[in-house]
Design a protein around this ligand. Sequence first.
Ligand SMILES: NC(=O)c1ccc[n+]([C@@H]2O[C@H](COP(=O)([O-])OP(=O)(O)OC[C@H]3O[C@@H](n4cnc5c(N)ncnc54)[C@H](O)[C@@H]3O)[C@@H](O)[C@H]2O)c1
Ligand SMILES: N[C@H](CO)Cc1c[nH]c[nH+]1
Ligand SMILES: [Zn+2]
Length: 401
Amino acid sequence: MSDPLIGDILDAVRDRGVKAVLEYTEAFDHVRLSPDDLIWNPLAEAPAVIDPAVREAVDFAMDQIRRFHEATRPAPVTVNQAPGLILREVFQPLGRVGLYVPNGQFPLVSSLMMTAIPAQVAGVTDLVVAIAPRGHVTSDPVWLYVLQKLGIRQVLRVGGAQAIAALGYGLPGLPPVDLIAGPGNRYVAWAKQELFRRGVTGIDVIAGPSEVLVISQDTAFAPLVALDLLAQAEHDPDAKAYLVSWNPDLIAAVKDYIASHVNPADRLGQIEYILVANANEAVQTANRIAPEHLGLIGAEVEPLWPQLTTAGALFVGRLAGQALGDYVAGPSHVLPTGHTGRFLSGLSTRTFMRRISVIQTEDALPAAFLEAGQVLAHLEGLRYHEQSLAVRQQLRGQEGL
Ligand SMILES: NC(=O)c1ccc[n+]([C@@H]2O[C@H](COP(=O)([O-])OP(=O)(O)OC[C@H]3O[C@@H](n4cnc5c(N)ncnc54)[C@H](O)[C@@H]3O)[C@@H](O)[C@H]2O)c1
Ligand SMILES: N[C@H](CO)Cc1c[nH]c[nH+]1
Ligand SMILES: [Zn+2]
């Protein structure tokens, strides 16, 4: 089977459930699962034992991610708008959330941390994680360690559009979720959008194949620039990497570095070199592309960062390779792709919260609010709106109300 319409996969899983999920898993992942293999509880396994150096790195990354998300969790706001009018903005965690974690071309254990930690810091307690059955997710000690450390009780061992459909429509023993978050390849990103379009679930952000754009000028940085382009291009043949510079010598040096270091067998995404006239044109080009990651390397370009308004995340300074953000800096690496940074932001605790406004009154409410409301209701010809305020104006201040 090749490139079926994603809508057909969603329909099949909605209508034929487990049977369709198993068929697509066999077709795309070349794994034959039985219905009993689909859902797995990592907490039912013995505690994972992993290499101490890996455990230390995982623990370090998880601490950094948690610290950043705790510091940026939105706080409730109270506004005393007028005497007797108390306004609030409060945040409530979502109910049941599905997290998609990529495991097709590479096992992205870091994406599990970068989605589950923000969700948990937001207060979500009902989480299911979907991971494609490539390799041995259920016996790999590192996956097991991270899943157990996060306290995840339900893993759906399915990837691709069929996993997204199963999360959205539900399966026996797997209630449907309210929101699906997490990155994935083009099939995953497309399926999430289609499920949202159908009104089945919320989604976080369009986080498809990885992208990077680097602005740099100094030829001394050619190896750093080249490696940052390659680091995102290595994720997927659908990934995109751009170098933007007004120094043709740097572009030539980066091309040379890549030509002499890359193995022809690497399945890299597309790398594009864009020669611009000056800094202003570099900024305009980057803002138009709206890349997932945007790196600024070198003293000449680093001060440009406040002008860059559409990237998913900015990386400023020669030590700020995008891989730092991919693993350990702290903000989630789940970021908008495909030019959607123009209107979407990366995953955060906000992704997993609903914002509710609260309008609370007391008898001191000034008459002006009820009067102006009646005038506007009258203007729109909405009789009962007007009456509902008029009756309150009469009752205002009366005892026992
Ligand atoms: N934007 C972000 O925030 C972000 C973060 C991390 C990773 N990513 C991206 O996530 C992606 C991970 O992709 P991946 O493929 O490695 O893993 P994945 O888990 O996203 O996808 C694997 C699944 O794709 C399905 N599939 C494969 N070929 C198919 C076909 N021809 N038709 C239908 N379905 C098919 C299979 O069912 C498989 O289980 C990469 O593109 C990477 O760049 C993005
Ligand atoms: N660069 C990816 C986001 O585009 C995230 C990631 C996970 N592991 C390594 N990198
Ligand atoms: Zn990466």
